[in-house]
Design a protein around this ligand. Structure first.
Ligand code: SF4
Length: 496
């Protein structure tokens, strides 16, 4: 069968520098099964000027002017009045070939990409009857609340795609009942059905196949805020799910922890670097150091295999020691991303983080001293965050500025499916209503029980964000300049 896989645009810059890992794994699986897969990645045409120029040159839709979901929703809703976005996407859809395709799939990364996919699906359905399926990491988190909204979408994947895809294709050919295909939502006789979920064995997941995409597009210095590594980075997943249960994170809820065997990881990475000619590996799982034993073994295997890579990953400070950090460096670790969130131990405990501020402080110093760059993530305005909590974080940042290469601060949001959403009283909040303004996540407004009401809390979240930004900002500007220079040199040296 012939399948077109589309990665829709998104107003969130985060997706735009990444090769589409999940869609490429699905493509590999389908191609192995003898199917033809064509890729279209529209997420590379994003906010940055270079993307907008590239989009114009290639005749793609320029979405650079759209800044948030309300603008997209507005554009979607004024279809009858001839909205800009509808006509722009219609032109794009009419230029594409749709005949001969048996299925069109959208890989969804964020709420805005879901909105764009919904719009494009509606337009595609105006001129063709090709079935449309949506899947991807965002729908694994939020799909069960979105399927009803996206009326042009025939099927939605609410868990991993490899388990159901063959069954779905068989059912479309009349060789299997749709009811027996796991991980799928579908419509029948005007009703929505949701099938049971089933996992695909992690060690059988094929290596991503990016044939049909131009890796050069992902090579540009498009998003300086992400960090200094502007080379073409190959995403790879060593595990799924997470060992921890942070209150604000849905990652741990959608999949139990599964880890790939070390042999598979090393073989896959070797093949990817040889196939695509880049030495940069971006581990896209939750925390690379799921356990110290696993991490020691993985580093030993990478060092022993002599694959010469530079890698980045999220990591947890939990039980990370100096010996292991040194070994990570030896295996090619270039930077580690830590979800620090706050330096208030009271809030860290409430968030269910597995470490305290003192452990985090030691780890980022050891990491820096080992020659590994550190990127820290902070959360501003967690429920019941007090002046003392903010001060603890400000002091922590001042003390450790020298060891923090770059950072990111997020406004606190209650996301659908997280522990704080499912058990709000446990965390001292009361959920009110959805708030669609965040371009990435499906969030909810809330009141603090015996604390601030939402209209004051949202101001407090902003205030906390500004205070953290102010203490981090001067370092970040300098480091971005230095990083910009370093990146130019390293991309010249490392991607030669
Ligand atoms: S924030 Fe990180 S450590 Fe915590 S549950 Fe999510 S992925 Fe796991």
């Amino acid at each position: 069968m012939k399948i077109k896989l589309i990665i829709p645009p998104t107003v969130c810059g985060i997706a735009a520098f990444k090769l589409p890992y999940g869609a490429a794994v699905l493509a590999a699986h389908l191609r192995k099964g003898g199917h033809i897969v064509d890729f279209v990645d529209l997420s590379v045409f994003n906010n940055g000027l270079s993307d907008r120029m590239y989009a114009k040159k290639k005749g793609f839709v320029d979405i650079g002017a759209l800044k948030n979901n309300s603008q997209i929703e507005y554009c979607l809703n004024i279809k009858k009045k001839g909205g800009y976005l509808y006509h722009a996407f219609k032109k794009w859809v009419l230029r594409q070939e749709w005949s001969g395709y048996d299925l069109v799939g959208f890989s969804i990364q964020s709420y805005s990409s879901f909105l764009f996919a919904s719009l494009m699906s509606r337009i595609i359905k105006e001129s063709t009857s090709v079935p449309i399926i949506m899947g991807g990491p965002y729908l694994i988190l939020f799909g069960d609340i979105f399927f009803k909204q996206s009326i042009a979408c025939d099927y939605m994947l609410i868990a991993d795609a490899l388990t159901p895809i063959d069954g779905l294709l068989e059912s479309m050919q009349g060789r299997r009942s749709i009811e027996s295909v796991p991980n799928l939502m579908y419509r029948k006789n005007g009703r929505v059905f949701s099938n049971t979920r089933k996992r695909y064995p992690i060690d059988r997941i094929p290596n991503a196949d990016y044939s049909g995409l131009d890796p050069g597009i992902y090579n540009a210095p498009r998003h300086p805020s992400i960090g200094p590594h502007f080379g073409f980075r190959i995403p790879y997943e060593t595990s799924r799910g997470c060992a921890f249960n942070c209150s604000f994170c849905g990652f741990c809820k959608n999949h139990p922890l599964e880890i790939k065997s070390i042999v598979k990881v090393v073989d896959d990475i070797k093949l990817l670097t040889e196939t695509y000619g880049s030495r940069w590996i971006n581990f896209v799982n939750s925390e690379i150091n799921i356990s110290n034993d696993y991490m020691h073994d993985l580093c030993d295997a990478i060092i022993g295999s002599k694959i010469d890579i530079n890698w980045h990953s999220y990591a947890t400070p939990y039980r990370l020691d100096r010996d292991l950090i040194d070994k990570m460096k030896e295996s090619g670790c270039h930077s580690l991303y830590f979800g620090a969130e706050t330096a208030s131990n009271k809030l860290l405990r409430n968030m269910n983080k597995p470490f305290l501020a003192e452990e985090m402080e030691s780890v980022i110093r050891w990491t820096h001293n080992a020659g590994i760059e550190t990127r820290l993530f902070f959360i501003a305005g967690y429920p019941h965050e007090s002046e003392n909590d903010i001060k603890a974080t400000l002091e922590f940042i001042k003390r450790n500025k020298f060891y923090i290469t770059s950072y990111e601060i997020a406004h606190f949001r209650v996301e659908y499916g997280t522990d704080i959403f499912l058990n709000p009283a446990k965390y001292g909040i009361r959920i009110l209503r959805p708030n669609f303004m965040n371009p990435v996540k499906w969030c909810y407004e809330f009141d603090e029980i015996n604390g601030l009401k939402w209209k004051d809390k949202v101001k407090e979240i902003d205030r906390s964000y500004r205070r953290l930004s102010q203490v981090l900002e001067p370092k970040s500007r300098i480091s971005l300049l230095v990083d910009g220079l370093k990146s130019k040199i390293s991309s010249l040296c490392l991607n030669r």
